[in-house]
Structures are given as C-alpha cells and as structure tokens.
Design a protein around this ligand. Structure first.
Ligand SMILES: Nc1ncnc2c1ncn2[C@@H]1O[C@H](COP(=O)(O)OP(=O)(O)O)[C@@H](O)[C@H]1O
Ligand SMILES: [Mg+2]
Length: 397
C-alpha cells in the first residue's frame, strides 16, 4: 500500500512482542500476525485478545457454501498505538499452501527466499515468518536493497568506524548489527550490488561482521529473509545475483502466486479492504453492486493485491451510496469491451469466432451473471469449480 514511490531504504521495528506467535500447524484461512511497533521503547499493553479473530469465523462460513461475495471477513480489530495487526487473507489452495509453509518454516532458523510479482504479499510473508519465530521479540529490520546507493551499501549493512572514509565523521552501527538477535529482511535482494554480495555471504557463513575501517570482527546472530520480484533464474544467468549467495538464501523458497491466478481470493480481499477503508474513512459502505463485482473479477491485476487495495480505498472514498458501483472503480477495471458493446442478453456470437473465443465469452457472461460467484457459475455451466478455475486461468478471465 505504501510501498510505491520512493520508500525509505530502511525500516526497523524492535522492542518486545506483546503476544505469543500464532500456533504453527493450525490451518489459517486468515493468517494474522502482530507486528511490534517501531522503536518507541514503550512496552505495549497486553489485552489478552486473540490476534486472529477472523479464522474461526471464516472457517465456520465456508465461502463456497455461502457464495463468495457474501463471505465477508472481520477486519483486524486491534489497533493499539503500540503496533499494527496484519491479516493475510487467502482461501485459494495456493495461498493455503503458502500459509502452511510459513507455519512450518517460521520456527526454524532457516533463511527464506520469497519470490513473487510486486504487490503479492512478500513483505507480509516475511513479517509473518519473523513474528511466528522465536525471534519475534527481537528486532525486524527491513532493508530495501534497491534504494541504497552502491557506494554506501557496505557501510549501511556492516557499519563503519569514524574516519574510515571521507564523511565518516562518527561511528555507524550497521543494519546487520541492528538486527542482532532478530531478523533482517533483504527486500529486492537481486538489486544488491555485486561487490557487496560476497561480503554478505561471508558474514552469514561466519556469523561475524567487520565494520568498514575496523580491524576487529564482531559476532552477530541474525536470521535472513530475502525477497525479489525478479525471475530468480534469470537474475542468476544475467549475473545480478551470485549463485553462492542464492543457494545460501534459498534454503526455503516461498513463491507467491499473482492475484490473477487465484481469482477465488478476490472477493474476500475486496470485502476485507472495503471494511478496512469504510471504517477508516468513517463511511457506511456495505457492499458492491453486481457490475462492480463482475469488474473486480474480470480484471487481471498487474499490481496484484496492492492494486486491488488501492482501487478499493479509492472506491470507498468515491462511493455515494451504500454500495460501491463499477463507476467508483478505476477505469482500467471496467468490464471487458465485448460485454460493454453488447447490452441485453443476446449471446455475442459471430460466425467468425473460434470455439475457444465462444467458450471464453460464455464463461465471462456466466460469471458476470452470477456476480463472480464461481460456485454458482460452475453449476450453471455444468462443470466443476476446479474446471472453471482452470478455464478462467487459461483464458485469463
Ligand atoms: N493476502 C493478503 N491479505 C491481505 N492483504 C494483503 C495480502 N497480500 C498483500 N496484501 C496487502 O497488499 C499490499 C502489498 O503487500 P506487500 O507484502 O507489500 O507486497 P510485496 O512486498 O510483494 O510487494 C500491502 O498493503 C498488504 O497489506
Ligand atoms: Mg515489497
């Protein structure tokens, strides 16, 4: 959400974690974790409330049974000033697999490499891994590798001693040291300068760092999580990422699927963000019109969940009635041209269409008719839901 533009290269959170991490092994439909606040030093108040309220509710109301658009989730309830709650949503089998993987790998000391397009939730997953680990009470330091100039990289990461180079007027503690005992998140790791990569690898292998200009090494104990939105194989062959560092980082690899490959998550996410922004903007916005639902389902989301969230924030702001209309959505979300051209119920058939085009168009219309509800659409088409999803993926619906 706030990831675009020119982010500060470094974010750091520290201080005690107020709660125990979520129990690994549970089957989360909503994956929530609590993020410690940034460096205020104030111990957070414990409330004793469970951080993951929506899980039980969601599992009780199987979205398939209720119709996806009616399945809503409670937004995160807990907004103490000492921290923010993060709730990761996903009913798709692929996201369920991601959540299970997070629960398994979090309690270990392994490094984790997270890949996926921009906006798919890589930073959320990294945060979850930290918060479900034994290091949850320790610092979580995020380094945006694409935002640090090459000349400063080494001293940012390892620190420097006063006088090490022109401009080094005071000692500087490096980010690895700041993460000591906790986790460092190397975001956009394929953008790390090649000159720094072997030094980082050595530091990780030896558990020691040496500040620029220092004769002595110091021991550190840091868990590394890395992420990239590049195609890793290509980053390796094109020489952006050193192979030895890659093997060190990718003990576990979690891949986040693009949103267009898991359309069944769209209604849940859309409702979740609607509730979040309705509450923040103090507006009564209680649902989506059928055309808005169809538009949300048809869109292919090059910016993934971040783009959906931004679209919903905008729509809640613009909404004039109790429901979000398709006109409140960004113009790129409007329904596909074929549907706009042909009003009424006539099937948009022409003798020159291929069978595939006809099938794709028929599926689109059926989905629009059932407001994006894949269960009802599949039933009406006489195919299983998984066949419908496969076809939607094939036709990029
Ligand atoms: N599964 C999800 N459930 C809820 N919010 C999500 C989910 N995935 C992503 N988001 C939201 O989308 C935005 C982008 O997520 P982020 O983790 O920064 O993605 P990435 O690091 O892959 O670009 C954030 O605002 C995040 O809260
Ligand atoms: Mg990111």
């Amino acid at each position: 959400m706030h990831d675009g533009g020119t982010p500060s290269p470094v974010k750091s959170t520290g201080g005690p974690h107020p709660r125990k991490p979520a129990v690994p092994g549970q089957r989360p439909r909503v994956h929530a974790s609590k993020r410690p606040s940034g460096g205020s030093g104030r111990p957070p108040r414990a409330t004793g409330r469970a951080p993951v309220r929506p899980v039980a509710e969601l599992e009780a109301q199987d979205p398939a049974a209720r119709g996806l658009w009616e399945a809503t989730v409670e937004p995160e309830e807990d907004r103490r000033p000492s921290g923010i709650t993060q709730s990761m949503i996903g009913v798709s089998p692929r996201m369920q697999r991601v959540f299970r993987m997070v629960a398994k790998v979090a309690p270990t000391e392994s490094t984790v490499l997270i890949t996926g397009e921009s906006g798919t939730g890589k930073e959320m997953v990294a945060t979850s891994v930290h918060l479900q680990s034994a290091r949850a009470h320790k610092p979580f330091v995020t380094v945006n590798c694409s935002a640090i100039p090459e000349t400063l990289f080494e001293s940012e990461l390892f620190g420097h001693v006063r006088g090490a180079f022109t401009g080094a007027v005071v000692d500087k503690v490096g980010l690895l040291k700041r993460a000591d005992g906790g986790t460092i998140f190397l975001d956009e790791v394929a953008e790390m300068p090649l000159s720094v990569q072997p030094k980082l690898l050595r530091a990780l292998q030896n558990g020691e760092i040496r500040r620029v200009g220092d004769a002595e090494s110091t021991r550190i104990d840091v868990r590394v999580i890395a992420a990239t939105n590049r195609d890793v194989k290509r980053a390796l062959t094109e020489g952006h990422l050193r192979e030895d560092l890659y093997y060190r980082l990718s003990v576990f690899h979690i891949e986040l699927p693009p949103l267009r490959e898991r359309p069944e998550d769209i209604p849940l996410l859309a409702n979740f963000f609607r509730q979040r922004y309705a509450r923040r903007l103090d507006k009564r916005v209680e649902g989506f019109t059928e055309r808005a639902q169809a538009a949300l389902m048809h869109y292919d989301y090059p910016g993934n969940v971040r783009e959906l969230e931004n679209a919903i924030e905008r729509a809640v702001t613009l909404a004039e009635g109790p429901e979000i209309s398709h006109l409140d959505l960004p113009p790129s979300f409007r329904e596909p041209p074929l549907l706009q051209l042909r009003e009424g119920n006539a099937f948009p058939y022409s003798e020159t269409m291929s069978l595939e085009q006809i099938e794709a168009e028929h599926i689109r219309r059926a989905l629009a008719h059932f407001a994006g509800n894949t269960t009802r659409t599949a039933r009406s088409l006489g195919i299983s839901r998984s066949t419908l999803w496969r076809k939607m993926k094939h036709y990029r619906i």
